[in-house]
Design a protein around this ligand. Structure first.
Ligand code: GRF
Length: 194
């Protein structure tokens, strides 16, 4: 699921194309009709659907429609690749422990929006990215993988974002690979890699 540029989605598609990741990318869903990632997904001939919350009576109804489509495609895992909406109870229930997200910070630091700006503003020496399971706490689900990225004193939100993004593109596919190989087990809110 995407909302914007779709570079993480494209990195996953490329991993599949290169045979590094043995999964089928069933469907791409965007909540934003203007998302650049829609064209990217089409370029790779992956079915794309747009669901806009404003077309539904409630967020529950919006998510029910998405869940219906995901079931039709027999999706096993929902990968949030820059999906900018909070996942609600309908999706969480339908895909319990089967939704993952990529976040551009070392969680639990710098949750929410503009994580890279938060890191630059704070003046941390290291930031990075995290892939985590999604639960009902914002950016708070069990962490699957993280990568550390040093922050230079001269870094801006833009330079740090592009440094982190390179690692995101590797980490997201790695997490999906582990999931697809059944190697992730949540025990006491922590992820064991088997
Ligand atoms: C990434 O930085 C991701 O960590 C965050 O949103 C951004 C999405 O970028 N959740 P893209 O759409 O994958 O290029």
């Amino acid at each position: 699921m995407i909302s914007g540029r779709g570079s993480n989605m494209e990195a996953v598609i490329k991993s599949v194309d290169q045979g590094l990741l043995n999964v089928k990318l069933a469907v791409v869903i965007s909540n934003n009709p203007e998302a650049k990632g829609i064209d990217v997904a089409r370029k790779y001939k992956i079915p794309v659907y747009v669901f806009e919350i404003k077309d539904y009576k409630s967020k529950d109804e919006y998510e029910k429609a998405i869940v219906k489509l995901l079931y039709e495609y027999e999706a096993g895992l929902v990968a949030l690749a820059g999906y900018m909406k909070i996942v609600g109870p309908v999706m969480l229930r339908a895909f319990k422990d089967r939704i993952i997200n990529i976040h551009p910070s070392l969680l639990p630091a710098f949750k929410g929006l503009k994580a890279q700006k938060q890191a630059v503003d704070y003046g941390v020496r290291y930031s990075g990215c995290s892939v985590h399971f999604v639960n009902d706490t914002l950016d708070g689900g069990p962490v699957i993988l993280q990568e550390v990225v040093p922050v230079d004193i001269d870094d801006t939100e833009e330079t740090l974002s592009s440094k982190i993004l390179k690692y995101e593109h590797i980490l997201f596919s790695q997490a999906i690979k582990l999931y697809s190989e059944n190697r992730l087990k949540i025990v006491n809110n922590k992820v064991k890699i088997i």
